[in-house]
Design a protein around this ligand. Structure first.
Ligand SMILES: [Zn+2]
Length: 740
């Protein structure tokens, strides 16, 4: 059941519609494609939510079949696999901007749109075009504006003036442009009209005027398919840039109190950059040709219902299914319905009609939707073929919905991993005939199984963990063993998982009774059988991987760490990077090398020197030294100070055992390079933090010991001040950080 998480690398350029698409790291799809398929194989992406996935498959010479009912996503896919050249895009936009409007030959579309945003410079009163107006929704007017003044410079940000507020009032939601746009989505008397009107609220009225004027002209141009594509891409990008929604991954259509009204023509120009790329040959093929040929790269974005496609696919035709799974997004789906109707007419938006009406998507609904699609396409997957599901923003409900939906479609979960700090799940499913999952279980059996999975996860992690990690482990263990639905329509897996959490065999740190299950961290009530803490294990593995001394590429090193800690152990990105930064330095772009002082020989010598210096200092102060490594300083047989000297930040062995007897002070003595990592571990593990504080520990660096040993001014009287003189303070330990 344990999958080695594949981290990939963050995308380096902004992507079209990025804030709505699954944030899939680069190279993840390619990794699984190479692992489970060969060049020429037919690959099916049944959800079509990630253009970059198809792009990686094409790059590996696969034949790619992508399905999806959203025309906006289809355009995004088409633009990603065959990006237009920036020069062609500019030319198309210039042509659009040059269209005459009205009766005066010099009146052009671009100029008329820019004129909507005319204002005066707050410094010199020159007439300028605003780049944006910032609105206060409660005041119902623009309060600030941004522009570049061609007379006195900029960019400037200034309060709006009376003329700006007056101009903004001229645009209302009942002009011809507004009704044109509304009518594209829902005609008068249409039952969806009120929903469409509500959806239009995410655009400022002036923006709708701009969009309406452009679309009316666009309709009159009667463009061929390629020119249409050249303008549709930037328009979609601009439709996205121009909403009043909060910028960060919006999921519902709600306008924040402060929002920005952007100059729509400037948004269009910015859109060009999001769409442009290096031109590639058209590799799209009709279905019959795609199925008949045995070579890649080739692609088909299938536009009809998935069921129709499934009926046309020979059984077992696809060697691999892989998808970035969609999560319900009312904002994106509703906007897609609007944009589709605006660009391609109401008929094109028909498949998206239902999303205008439906405002709430619960996880149970989502599980059923995933199940329906997977059930339809699953016969096309080769016997024992794999289905790789990549889940971003993997909150527990989403993960559970995928686990339930895929299992209900007959898929068998072979292996999975969750990286909790970045909320990513990767799961490998097998098509039947895979290994039989076993029988449907009773509620009591489900709870017992969920609990066992949570306990196992905590034991192998060896440290308090997030609710998401427990939930994921239990969801995976229950996958395929759960009845589809119980009497009140709740997914039984969720009920069993919650019952397991409340069974009393798990404890929670950092949460009060009645807190949401996701608050605080979960741990075993009986921790005796737990392995060494994951944080210490990961530190040791990172050191091992670096220990050759040669520079190691981060893109090789991270997967090697994840391979060592698969499944429930999967460490967070933050932990792995903290370990790397502790032991290695960046040498070249993307390469890390062990610090010279952390080479095995240097570390052992440093450790020995620190022991010697501590011992010398004790003798000078008239104290005696006891313990195997000189860890106690005694005065007349009474232990005053205890020192734990170690080269690593493996704190658990020191802090979780009984604290060494010391009447005055306990000191953790670490190399300087380890201190940040030690503090990081104290922040993420509440057990370590508590032991550190109650034990009265302090951290001092090797270097500080060396200074004290050489400093004749350090005496019995000044020792404690000297020990405290190290700038390292454990204040950081007061702050809470979640583990991975
Ligand atoms: Zn000015």
């Amino acid at each position: 059941m344990s999958l080695a998480f594949y981290p990939g690398s963050p995308p380096d350029t902004p992507r079209l519609l990025e804030r709505f698409l699954p944030p899939l790291a680069e190279g993840v799809a390619a990794y699984y494609l190479q692992r489970f398929s060969r060049p020429g194989d037919l690959i099916l992406d049944p959800f079509g939510t990630s253009p970059s996935l198809a792009l990686e498959a094409l790059g590996l010479d696969r034949r790619v079949l992508v399905t999806g009912f959203n025309p906006v996503m289809r355009l995004a896919l088409s633009l990603a696999v065959r990006p237009p050249a920036i020069a062609d895009l500019r030319l198309a936009l210039t042509r659009l901007g040059d269209v005459t409007i009205g009766r005066v030959a010099s009146d052009r579309l671009e100029r008329s749109i820019l004129a909507l945003y005319q204002t005066r410079c707050a410094e010199c009163e020159a007439v300028v075009t605003a780049d944006y107006f910032d609105w206060d929704a409660e005041q119902g007017e623009p309060v600030e504006k941004g522009y570049v003044c061609h007379t006195c410079g900029g960019p400037r940000h200034a309060p709006t003036d009376a003329a700006d507020r007056e101009a903004a009032r001229r645009y209302t939601r009942n002009g011809p442009d507004y009704h044109y746009l509304l009518g594209r989505v829902a005609v008068v008397n249409d039952p969806d009209r009120a929903d469409a009107e509500e959806a239009l609220q995410v655009y400022p009225a002036r923006t709708l005027t701009a969009i309406g004027s452009i679309l009316v002209k666009l309709e009159g141009l009667d463009l061929d398919r390629d020119s249409d594509r050249l303008l549709a891409g930037p328009l979609i990008a601009a439709f996205d840039l121009a909403t009043s929604l909060a910028q960060d991954r919006p999921r519902v259509l709600s306008v924040p109190r402060r929002y920005r009204e952007v100059n729509f023509w400037l948004a269009l120009e910015r859109g060009l950059g999001l769409v442009a790329g290096l031109p590639l040959p058209d590799r799209s093929l009709p279905l019959d040709a795609l199925l008949a040929q045995r070579r890649g790269p080739a692609i088909l974005a299938y536009t009809g219902p998935v069921r129709d496609l499934a009926a046309r696919l020979p059984a077992g035709a696809c060697q691999l299914m892989i998808s970035a799974l969609p999560r319900p997004n009312q904002a994106f789906w509703t906007l897609s319905a609007l944009w589709t109707a605006w660009l391609w007419g109401p008929a094109a938006a028909e498949p998206l009609r239902a999303v205008l009406r439906r405002r709430r998507y619960d996880w149970h609904w989502h599980a059923r939707a995933l199940e329906r699609t997977l059930t339809a396409v699953q016969p096309a997957l080769a016997p024992a073929g794999h289905f790789i599901s990549l889940i971003a923003e993997a909150e527990p409900g989403f993960t559970a919905a995928v686990m339930a939906g895929a299992a209900s479609a007959g898929m068998r979960l072979a292996a999975t991993a969750l990286r909790a700090d970045t909320a990513e799940v990767q799961a490998d499913w097998l098509s039947p005939p895979g290994p039989a999952a076993g029988d449907i279980l009773s509620p009591a059996e489900l709870t017992a199984r969920a609990l066992a999975a949570m306990q196992t996860a905590l034991r192998v992690r060896g440290e308090p963990s997030r609710w998401a990690a427990l939930h994921w482990a239990a969801s995976a263990a229950l996958s395929g063993r759960v009845p589809t639905e119980d009497e009140d329509g709740l997914p039984p897996s969720l009920r069993a998982i919650e019952a397991a959490a409340q069974s009393g065999t798990l404890t929670r740190l950092g949460a009060a009774a009645g807190d949401d299950l996701s608050t605080g961290l979960w741990w075993l009530a009986e921790a005796a059988q737990a392995q060494a803490p994951l944080a210490d294990q990961v530190e040791a593995e990172v050191l091992r991987l670096l220990s050759g001394g040669a520079p190691v590429a981060q893109r090789d090193l991270l997967p090697a760490v994840y391979a060592a800690f698969p499944g429930a152990q999967t460490p967070g990105q933050g932990l792995v990077l903290a370990c790397l930064a502790s032991y290695a330095q960046r040498v070249d772009d993307g390469f890390w090398q062990l610090r010279p002082e952390d080479a095995a020989g240097a570390r052992a010598a440093d450790l020995q020197a620190t022991f010697t210096q501590l011992q010398g200092l004790a003798v000078r102060l008239g104290l005696t030294v006891a313990g195997d490594n000189g860890q106690w300083w005694l005065d007349a047989g009474r232990p005053l100070y205890a020192f734990a000297v170690q080269p690593t930040a493996a704190l658990a062995a020191v802090l979780l055992g009984p604290p060494p007897t010391a009447e005055r002070q306990r000191c953790l003595v670490l190399p300087g390079g380890r201190v940040t990592l030690a503090e990081y571990k104290l922040r993420r593990d509440p057990r370590l933090r508590a032991a550190f504080q109650t034990g009265g520990w302090s951290i001092i660096k090797y270097r500080h010991v060396r200074r004290m040993a050489a400093d004749a001014a350090v005496t019995r009287a000044t020792l404690e001040a000297a020990l405290a003189g190290d700038p390292v303070q454990a204040e950081a330990a007061q702050q809470l950080a979640l583990p991975e």
